[in-house]
Design a binder for this molecule. Sequence first.
Ligand code: AMP
Ligand code: MG
Length: 324
Amino acid sequence: MIVEPTAATIAEAAKLLREGGLVAFPTETVYGLGGDATNERAVAAIFEAKGRPQFNPLISHVLDAGEARRYVQWNQTADKLARRFWPGPLTLVLPRAPNSPIALLATAGLDTAAVRAPSHAVAQGLIRAVGRPIAAPSANRSGAVSPTRAEHVAESLGDRVTLVLDGGPCRVGLESTVLDLTTDRPIVLRPGGATREAIEGVIGPVALSDALPTGDAALKSPGQLKSHYAPGRPVRLNATSVSADEGLLAFGPHPPAGAMLTCNLSPSSDLGEAAANLFAQLRALDRPGIGRIAVMPIPERGLGLAINDRLRRAAADDGAGSGG
Ligand code: AMP
Ligand code: MG
């Protein structure tokens, strides 16, 4: 059931969560499928509802740095980053705190945990009402396009989620940046809503996990599989021309003509606007009559790093399911 977020529906959602149920809720990045992060069974139910083939670690959503300190071993770098980016689209990976109440399944048996403070008022209201951290991956079946509107959640999960809080379209539209702070030089495990440039402005150089040897990267970030965010149709990248059976995901003021249907991520070449439109437009193009989705080149800077990461995974066809 999709409901307006009010004091009453948020209280109802919080009750469901405390009883071990699942609730979908808006964040500024994408809609999350939330469960009590301290409850192993609730966390297991998240994996089941998503059809997630592996137990990839989940992000625990908290109100602020003060709360995060109870769950992870906080440090100075985390503090600097939280001051600049929290609440917002930056997830920090830190060692689990001794006696951390976060469910072992939520961290997939790792001795680290991922925490983030979302800025969306509904997410904050829900965390406050539950009084516990909320584990929440994107609210879609595993491997599919992430939801940026309440209707997307209902389309993807159907009866698997009883309550969806409708916060309208997500402002950022891309998942959070996941930054590993457990190594000497921090590593971006997943590019996302907080740009590398902005992070480096606060803490200096960071590494990109894509640049690590494959085995290392896989160990560090078990959820980052090659095929992910995949629409039902094949995706062709770096398209500079288009054919009549294709849907075009355009970028910038001069898209090539001739596509069956064109959606423009940002006619003015604004990467923030493109990020916010990405998943909804991929869905709009993923429909009968369209043989393939062609995507124009997106600049590899700022939010373009995360947009291109999602598009490469949407285009990858490794036959396997995926992480989330
Ligand atoms: P999702 O839940 O779909 O937003 O994905 C969460 C991402 O965070 C996955 O790609 C995970 O690999 C990553 N992640 C979560 N917890 C950890 C952790 N403890 N160590 C490394 N990566 C993590
Ligand atoms: Mg996901």
